[in-house]
Design a protein around this ligand. Structure first.
Ligand code: DAT
Length: 173
């Protein structure tokens, strides 16, 4: 397989850890296209029922993959989603997992108006490090990076870190 001109990056983490904010900034600095899986699913109505426990629609993962296969094949995408396991491993050159302190995450999700059960589920997900574990199980460990996302300074550093990673990748041709 020929090398892509630009890498694909997955930015994942529990809801509220800062994925979309970070993706927007990385996209602005690098020109990588921000692909938000939530928006792709909503635009194409790529759902398969409703999860009462998590209070959100269930993604039709196969249809999401079909929908994105060609675009991801081009490279140059930064994908934003709160799960890491169902994407084809070959899609990504790096996987960044954002982590947030429980108290701060609780405040962010409360501000979003999440109901108690949804809040608790997401906080537990973060406490157990579920998404980091999922990412490490789904991809080669040497492409999975954990980043703390607690403060605006962290946000700035994370954007810098990912932008530099992309620049280095481009120059390793
Ligand atoms: P996600 O896309 O993971 O659900 P988001 O980007 O929408 O998260 O961020 C949730 C809220 O938290 C939003 O108001 C921006 C804020 N935020 C994100 N990262 C942050 C950070 N590192 N420090 C402080 N606030 C942050």
């Amino acid at each position: 397989m020929s090398r892509r001109a630009l890498p694909n990056v997955l930015l994942t983490g529990t809801p509220g850890t800062g994925k979309s904010t970070t993706c927007r900034e990385v996209s602005r600095h690098t020109g990588l296209e921000h692909v938000c899986i939530g928006d792709v699913a909503r635009d194409g109505q790529l759902y398969d029922g409703y999860d009462d426990e998590l209070e959100c629609p269930i993604l039709d993962e196969d249809r999401v993959i079909d929908e994105l296969e060609e675009r991801l094949g081009e490279g140059g995408k930064i994908v934003d989603y709160h799960s890491a396991e169902f994407f084809p491993e070959r899609w990504f050159n790096a996987v960044f997992v954002l982590r947030t302190d429980n108290t701060l995450l609780y405040q962010r999700l409360e501000q979003r108006g999440y109901a108690e059960r949804k809040l608790t589920n997401n906080i537990e997900c973060e406490i157990f490090g579920s998404i980091l574990e999922e990412a490490r199980e789904s991809y080669s460990e040497d492409i999975v990076y954990e980043l703390q996302s607690n403060t605006p300074e962290d946000l700035e550093q994370n954007v810098d870190h990912i932008v530099h990673w992309i620049e280095r990748w481009k120059h390793q041709l």
